[in-house]
Design a protein around this ligand. Structure first.
Ligand code: HEC
Length: 130
């Protein structure tokens, strides 16, 4: 009993330490990504292309969220995005699955909290075509 305890206990502690360290790194990384200077081209368009453009294209449903079209589609609709005001932007309600008229997007499952955070930050930073 004694020899195995000597091995198992330190291993468990080491594993616990490693897991904690990884968690902290991941958390720090997510915070860093959401923090400042979100880029429409580098951060937002990939989310729209991956999660939205499969439905949001000319063959299917408006607005067109494909690369090269999404920025103007989103900003032409004055209600959807209010630059600098994510709280007042209807798009955020939809993404947070909180839409008053039931238009939650994407319809099947919400995108990740990190992706929602990036879009929110991008709107708060002025919804620029950057
Ligand atoms: C499975 C298909 C599908 C996916 C994926 C999807 N949508 Fe939609 N979306 C729709 C449909 C269908 C409508 C029209 C709903 C209606 O008018 O009732 C719509 C409507 C919208 C509208 C217009 C709402 C309005 O008030 O007119 C916006 C903005 C929108 N979606 C954004 C998004 C975003 C952003 C994503 C990705 C995060 C996304 N959608 C993903 C199918 C989808």
């Amino acid at each position: 009993m004694k020899p195995s305890t000597k091995i198992i206990l330190p291993s468990a502690l080491a594993l616990g330490f490693l897991l904690t360290a990884c968690d902290n790194d991941k958390f720090a990384e997510e915070l860093r990504v959401v923090k400042d200077n979100v880029s429409f081209a580098l951060d937002i368009q990939p989310i729209l292309s991956g999660q939205c453009a499969g439905c949001h294209n000319p063959a299917n449903v408006n607005p067109d969220l494909r690369k090269g079209f999404a920025y103007s589609s989103l900003t032409e609709d004055e209600e959807g995005i209010i630059p600098g005001d994510s709280e007042g932007s209807e798009l955020m309600e939809m993404l947070e699955w909180n839409s008053a008229d039931g238009n939650n997007m994407p319809p099947a499952t919400p995108i990740s909290p990190l992706q929602i955070g990036l879009i929110k930050k991008w709107i708060d930073e002025g919804a620029q075509n950057n």
